[in-house]
Design a protein. Structure first.
Length: 116
C-alpha cells in the first residue's frame, strides 16, 4: 500500500475512530493494522493525530543553484578534477576561455556565481 493511499485511508477512518467506543476503536484499529501493515502503536498515532509533515530541513541555505553546480562540475572535470582550493583562484580566468571555445554556455547570473 502506498503512502498516499495510507493517508487517504487515515482521513476516512479517523473521524469514526475518534468518535467510537473502546471496543469499536479496537475493531477499527485491527482492520487498519491488517490493511496497512503498520505496527499497532504507529496506527494508533496516525489515527489520533493524523499524518503530519516532518519539520523543514535545517542548516544553511544553498548558495548555488542547480545550473551553477552543473557548470562548476563541468569546469572541474575539464580542468582535470583538481581540488577546489586550487581551482577557485583560476575560475575567473578559465570560465571566459571555456565560453570562447564553446565548452560552456552560461547566462549572466551563473557566470557571476562561478567567477566569485
Amino acid at each position: 500500500m502506498s503512502q498516499q493511499s495510507k493517508r487517504e485511508l487515515v482521513e476516512r477512518i479517523r473521524h469514526r475512530y475518534l468518535q467510537g467506543s473502546r471496543t469499536e476503536k479496537t475493531k477499527i484499529l485491527d482492520e487498519f493494522v491488517a490493511t496497512t501493515g503498520l505496527h499497532r502503536k504507529a496506527a494508533i498515532r496516525a489515527l489520533r493525530q493524523g499524518y503530519q509533515r516532518g519539520p523543514e530541513p535545517r542548516g544553511r541555505p544553498r548558495v548555488y543553484t542547480g545550473a551553477t553546480v552543473a557548470a562548476l562540475v563541468a569546469v572541474w572535470r575539464i580542468c582535470g578534477c583538481i581540488c577546489g582550493k586550487h581551482l577557485a583562484p583560476f575560475l575567473p580566468e578559465v570560465v571566459p576561455i571555456l565560453e570562447q571555445h564553446d565548452e560552456l554556455n552560461l547566462d549572466g547570473e551563473t557566470r557571476a556565481c562561478c567567477c566569485r
